[in-house]
Design a protein around this ligand. Structure first.
Ligand code: CA
Length: 245
């Protein structure tokens, strides 16, 4: 049974989420403050499988919570609940390490579908991990130049540096690598990687790409691997020599 931590200080909403998630077969724990959330995640045994994290909380807010957890090496898949009319919240949430977001107010059925999506993406990565031990393949570790993407460990290694990737970062990079050399539209990334967010601001994708460039480009202002395809989206090249611009 998957275990979900719901971090929400509005008690009626927290209990509504608990009721509906439990009805869907999840085990649910509720934390009402940012501090309680960090305590719950770091002390949980077994660990949680996913977290629903509200932005507006007493004490530490949701951005601080996710950012502190990521810095402490806690990478549980996290869906943030942001306020409508605050598009910067979405960008700030992804920058802090969120994997997905939903704008309040939301339909419970959509929230439950998103949680299922987060868990499936995690299983997909774990499935890849199991496949490695059976038959090592080039897709589990992808090397380009002096960088290597370790999808099993959610890491990017650049020379002697190791960058931890969130689940969503690893999935976006994996998708781009699988489509190497071909233009990938923002819509395709939204639908295939994020899981169909008709309400998603495409700037969330662009912001994500800016973050990924900081990891994989020697000079993020002059990308050689992760190029913008004007009016379409993005294109990944493992070898900068292929770039003709
Ligand atoms: Ca709140």
């Amino acid at each position: 049974m998957s275990r979900i931590l719901v971090v929400e200080d509005e008690r009626h909403l927290a209990e509504g989420l608990r009721f509906n998630l439990e009805a869907d077969g999840y085990a649910v724990q509720v934390a009402e403050t940012g501090e309680a959330a960090i305590e719950a995640v770091t002390s949980a045994s077994p660990s949680f499988d996913a977290m629903v994290l509200d932005v507006m909380l007493p004490g530490k807010d949701g951005f601080t919570v996710i950012s502190e957890l990521r810095q402490a090496g806690q990478f549980l898949p996290t869906l943030m609940l942001t306020a409508r009319g605050h598009p910067n919240d979405v960008l700030q949430g992804f920058a802090a390490g969120a994997d997905d977001y939903l704008t309040k107010p939301f339909e419970l059925s959509i929230l439950i579908a998103r949680i299922g999506g987060l868990l499936r993406r995690r299983e997909w990565l774990e499935g890849r991990m199991r496949n490695i031990s059976e038959k090592p393949g080039p897709k589990d570790v992808f090397t380009f130049g002096d960088k290597s993407l370790h999808f099993d460990a959610l890491e990017l290694r650049v020379r002697d540096q190791v960058f931890r990737l969130t689940l969503m970062e690893a999935n976006v990079l994996s998708y781009l690598v699988q489509h190497e050399g071909k233009p990938v539209s923002r819509k395709a990334l939204l639908e295939d990687v994020w899981g169909l967010h008709e309400d998603t601001d495409t700037r969330a994708i662009d912001n994500f790409i800016v973050r990924l460039r900081r990891y994989i480009e020697d000079d993020p202002t002059k990308p050689r691997h992760l190029l913008t395809v004007r009016g379409v989206g993005y294109r990944f090249f493992s070898s900068p020599a292929k770039v003709k611009e």
